[in-house]
Design a protein around this ligand. Structure first.
Ligand code: SF4
Length: 572
């Protein structure tokens, strides 16, 4: 190596949220892990420090001092569509421009989706393009951040010697980074609590041969590059050995098409259940005591065109995963005209069939209270050819799902994010702006008329949700979530100790969340208002409980409340 020996590196995780991956706590996305591994691949004794943006805010002077004593600071960011998160607040534009200015000594690098696409704004627009940040950083990396950081460290931080656009040639190139970088997890604030690692299996969409969907950048990668099963498993082994217990196989456009036959030839290549089996069996072998194993994106077109293989894969996933899993279906639109004009993957009747297939196998309830594996449905609004009628057709589609008795875990409705180099760029945000009111009322209607009745079916009152993690206090109560993909938000009307795994009894439903009480509930200390919430509880029974407290045993309680005693415990 020529140039400077890199001994101290700081990674500032500003969080990532894109359709391809999530990195807002408790999630840790691949970028910080790969970057740490890239540094350690060149200098195994380098000190690599990881800070989340929330930590930086809370310990600002301390972190700035550390950065100013470092050789290199790598910022990772890329929340393309801003939202509200329970687990953290993504980096803001003013932080991304001010903080590097306060760091005089280190080389400053910006990577992640923000460096490729820019920083997201509201209403489907990119608010700030990547070039805007180049005056604050020595290097803005639209390429693969881990390979560019590797080059930079190897070149002794000589910025002119590296190509910021460089992409990894194959997954072989990052094999070592992924394994070596696993140890960075020990520095994550959610480590040892509810940390969940996003895992990558491939990049590129098999539908690139037809151009792909009008709004999507995935086909721009060209040929699909799959990651070897062994590489994925070895990374999970390393993460598990460093203490990670929750995983989401989420970084791919369609898990069911992983190593599919005739990829690059067929628009919907034939899935290979045996490869999925090898992957999931391998994961279980190296991580036998894992807490969560979930998936994310699945192309409904793959399920529709290959029902036999899709059923088989669903069964395999259920055999190895943990319940409460979601196959997120990018249906995008139930308007045939919009489907055609945007080259989307499925017509509405095909999407319905794909939902049916997954539900048929996946809707059985698992040990943690949730169905094993349900479809999630994504709609994208503002696409080419969209009219007022599109919103009506989308609604009718969801209504049909409900009436047919299929279960879906959640409906995600968003406005299209218009990215450069996609076909949508020719239309821009004009349709979004024109249809703003339709979009808002569609969302409201779905929340009330679809989400609520659907949630009542997915988790009826009386369901016990096991091992939810208490995350925050709010409105006199506590928010908790099970760790996993699209976790259901639980609100408990009691202030509970944070940072603990607990079981909860569902007592009521919001549009996208449930009200629940600790299970079993201590009858001797539960507040009156909480006792009243227990399903089947009457005013009369509550009065008797209050009069007769403290109870000495559950059997004593059962003489008063009958079989409702099953929801209680007795603490003295
Ligand atoms: S099917 Fe469409 S949305 Fe999904 S990855 Fe391919 S191009 Fe993108």
């Amino acid at each position: 190596m020529v140039g400077k020996l890199v001994e101290k590196v700081v990674i500032i995780d500003g969080y990532v949220d894109t359709p391809a991956g999530l990195g807002v706590p408790p999630y840790l996305d691949v970028f910080p892990r790969y970057v740490a591994g890239a540094v350690w691949s060149v200098n195994p004794s380098a000190q690599v420090l990881y800070f989340t943006v929330d930590y930086v805010r809370a310990h600002f002077s301390e972190v700035m001092k550390i950065c100013n004593e470092s050789d290199l600071v790598v910022f990772i960011a890329g929340v393309i569509v801003p939202g509200k998160y329970l687990g953290g607040e993504p980096i803001k534009e003013e932080e991304l421009t001010l903080w590097p200015q306060l760091m005089r000594k280190p080389i400053k690098v910006l990577g992640g989706p923000v460096a490729r696409f820019g920083l997201g704004g509201v209403g489907g627009e990119i608010a700030t393009p990547p070039e805007y940040f180049s005056k604050y950083f020595d290097l803005v990396v639209p390429g693969d951040i881990e390979v560019v950081v590797h080059d930079l460290v190897r070149e002794g931080l000589r910025v002119d010697y590296v190509d910021p656009h460089r992409l990894r040639e194959s997954y072989r190139e990052i094999r070592e980074f992924a394994i070596k970088g696993a140890r960075i997890v020990t520095q994550h604030p959610n480590y040892g609590k509810n940390l969940i690692c996003e895992i990558e299996t491939y990049r590129g969409c098999p539908r690139y041969i037809t151009g792909g969907c009008s709004f999507c950048i995935e086909p721009l990668w060209g040929c699909v590059k799959f990651r070897d099963v062994e590489d994925v498993v070895e990374e999970i082994r390393a993460l598990y050995e460093w203490g990670v217990r929750c995983f989401r196989i989420g970084r791919q456009p369609d898990l069911y098409a992983y190593w599919a036959k005739d990829t690059g030839v067929e628009e919907f290549p034939k899935p290979r259940p045996e490869v999925i089996e090898r992957l999931f069996r391998g994961i279980r072998n190296v991580a036998p005591e894992l807490e969560t194993l979930h998936i994310d994106n699945v192309n409904p077109g793959t399920v529709y065109h290959h029902p036999r293989e899709a059923r088989e894969i669903t069964k395999i996933i259920i055999k190895y995963h943990t319940p409460g899993d979601v196959a997120a279906f990018g249906i995008e639109s139930a308007d045939p005209r919009v489907v055609r004009l945007n080259n989307l993957k499925v017509m509405p009747d095909e999407a319905l069939e794909a939902i049916r297939i997954i539900c048929e196998v996946g809707s059985v309830r698992g040990w943690n209270g949730l169905p094993e594996l349900l479809p999630g449905v994504n709609f994208v609004c503002g696409l080419i050819g969209e009219t007022k009628e599109t919103y009506y057709l989308n609604y009718i589609f969801l209504k049909k799902v409900l009436e047919l008795g299929y279960l879906i875990r959640r409906v995600n409705i968003r406005q299209v994010l218009v990215l450069p180099c996609t076909r949508m760029a020719s239309v821009g945000t004009s349709i979004i702006r024109r249809h703003w009111n339709y979009f808002q009322s569609f969302k409201r209607k779905v929340r009330k008329e679809i989400d609520l009745p659907m949630l009542r079916k997915v988790v009826p009152k009386g369901t016990v949700l096991k091992r939810a993690f208490t995350e925050a206090h709010y409105g006199g109560g506590t928010y908790a979530r099970q760790v996993g993909t699209y976790p259901l938000l639980i609100w408990c009307p009691m202030r509970l100790e944070l940072g603990k795994y607990m079981d909860f009894l569902v007592v009521d439903h919001g549009f996208r969340s449930v009200v629940a009480v600790p299970y079993p509930l201590d009858v001797n200390s539960a507040p009156l208002k909480v006792l009243k919430l227990i399903p089947g509880m009457t005013e009369d029974k509550v009065r008797k409980i209050m009069r007769m407290r403290p109870f000495k045993s559950v059997s004593e309680l059962s003489e008063v409340v009958g079989e409702l005693a099953k929801y209680f415990t007795v603490k003295n």
